[in-house]
Ligand binder design. Structure first.
Ligand SMILES: Cc1cc2nc3c(=O)[nH]c(=O)nc-3n(C[C@H](O)[C@H](O)[C@H](O)COP(=O)(O)O)c2cc1C
Length: 235
């Protein structure tokens, strides 16, 4: 059994795949998560926050640490200095987090964890989202204004347990439960695929990240599972 530290940042791309990989790894290992403020918001929007709490059930080295609750100095990230973890996986990693790690900035829970892991020679694996010039990704639920008839008695609005539906969906309230989707007779609430561009700067940062000693850049979510069985990652 390994002690896996996992940092989740505010990326929708690769999020479902990362949480699925985390679930598999947690069947035979302890997984402790470090979630950025944006990561917490995006996990909720995609309806995955509760799943994360199931995976990191709360016991020692299986906690969910939220940046929002942890303070600016991220004391829990100090565990890397005490050799509590076999490896740190940052997945998914936003362009923002990648840029910060490359520049040595450690002002969020995931970037602080990455800095301390790197100082303590704990292997660091990063799954960046902005690898391709353009990538198809699934956004959170939105209202398609071309389909919405602005019914006075809007069933999705009445049924939303979070009161998140107005002219648009308030994504900071939405917890991704999806109840609304089945209730709109026009099918105006959806989660279609969108194409997102990355900047050359983001892709350059990923290359620079891969040149930092102790850091491995993962090509895709399918690379995550094998990490824990690798003999390289044991204490
Ligand atoms: C629904 C949603 C999805 C997002 N997906 C991505 C993404 O895939 N990649 C990315 O770099 N940023 C994405 N962002 C933007 C980041 O959340 C934002 O840059 C944030 O400041 C990152 O903070 P963090 O790196 O500390 O987690 C997304 C934002 C939202 C609202």
């Amino acid at each position: 059994m390994k002690n896996v530290a996992w940092a989740v940042t505010g990326a929708g791309h690769y999020l479902a795949e990362s949480v699925a990989a985390m679930g598999k790894i947690s069947q035979k290992n302890r997984v402790c998560t470090f979630v950025s403020e944006a990561g917490e918001e995006v996990l909720r929007m995609y309806g995955l926050f509760d799943r994360l709490k199931e995976i990191s059930g709360g016991g020692y080295l299986e906690e969910v640490f939220l940046e929002r609750e942890e303070g600016s100095s991220s004391p829990k990230a100090g565990r890397f200095m005490m050799n509590k973890f076999d490896l740190l996986i940052v997945a998914p990693a936003t362009a923002n987090t990648v840029a910060k790690i490359v520049c040595g900035i450690a002002d969020t829970l995931p970037t602080n964890a990455a800095a301390l892991a790197n100082k303590a020679a704990v292997p660091l694996y990063v799954l960046p989202t902005d690898v391709l010039e353009r990538a198809e990704t699934e956004p959170p639920f939105t209202i398609d204004r071309d389909l919405c008839l602005r019914c006075e008695a809007c069933e999705p609005r009445a049924a939303c347990p979070r009161g998140a539906i107005g002219e648009q969906i308030d994504l900071l309230r939405c917890d991704g439960c999806g109840i609304c989707r089945g209730l709109c007779p026009q099918g105006a609430i959806r989660r279609g695929a969108i194409s997102v561009a990355s900047r050359p700067l983001d892709r350059e940062n990923i290359e620079r990240l891969g040149r930092i000693p102790g850091v491995t850049v993962l090509a895709g979510p399918e690379d995550i599972e094998g990490l824990v069985s690798s003999p390289q990652n044991g204490m």
